[in-house]
Ligand binder design. Sequence first.
Ligand code: PMP
Length: 377
Amino acid sequence: MSEIYFDNAATTRTKREVLETFLRLSEDCFANASSNHAMGSRALHLLERARAQIALSFHVLPQECIFTSGATEGNNLAIKGVSGHCRSWGRRLITTKAEHPSVLEVFRQCEKEGFEVVYIDYDKEGNLDFDQLEKALDSKTSLVSVMAVNNEIGTVFDLRRVFSLVSKSRAKLHVDATQAVGKEDLSSLCYDLLTFSGHKIGGIKGTGLLIKKKNVQLDSQILGGGQENGFRSGTSPVPLDCSLATALRLSLSSQKERRRKAKALNDFLRKELSLLSEVTILSPLSASPFILSFALLEHKGSIVSEALSQRGIYVSTRSACSSREEGYSYVVRNAGYDLRTAQNAIRLSFCGEEGIEEGEEFMRQLKEILATTNKER
Ligand code: PMP
């Protein structure tokens, strides 16, 4: 049996066509897009064509798209950029307790710099505490940051309702859409800023985008030659940026079919896992079909995931990008589960190209491991 990769929320396999775009442009169009000669102009033309293609997919203007190295950079730029720009009047910032560290750590830094940050609660079903949000939003709030889809349990937050509240205030709404692009229908999503990473959608690591609507003002964090409209200086990585446009095109054109397949696999695994008495399913029914998180009550999640790995099955026990070794998932804990559940959570995440056979093989191997591994209590 070949390997089973159920860790697509951490990263995805790079698509061949994406690599081909990168390779072709690296060889044929390597000039600096800021250079004042015909070859530089060609590179600039390709860069702007890629930007225009991406803009069209999001129904935004090309000048609203800022190429970044990924969601971490985009999140940093959005949060530091807006909070810094509005510092004279905006002392309060709002986010949720479910955010990725690339958002939470930036807000912690903001707190050290004197901002007041309000962290909104959510429940097991993925409902945000809208009373808290409504009370927190005051005339001194400059930014609200809420993720579209949680990376650990797949909860889909009600951004329509968030935006309707935020838009009544002076604050801007930033959405970390890293786990939503290429998976959720974002066509009617309202926001002021949005970030995502290329490598979660079949793109190359080191690519990403920040959409900043034209009514939003933010301070640049990287100064220099003024590329990306002055918001991100540095020689434009044209082959990488163009490869992001290819990745996005492929991801969006296959989204419906991948979503259907991911849902079929998710439904199958959810049903099978529910039959095991020691399993608690953590992803609510309304969660993204691309993520299925569960906890083991009698076995250690890390030991089971290690045993799966030895059998060529790759899953995740906590957010792969979390560098803090807390030993439990704060996302699961903050949803209202006990520490033990949060310590033993396992996340399966799909790209939507997997078949049910892979789910069947996963269940066979998991059952074998649970039957042969010592119980924790
Ligand atoms: N936000 C979310 C929701 C994520 O899942 C991730 C990656 N796990 C990031 C931000 C950061 O993305 P990157 O590591 O590509 O910068």
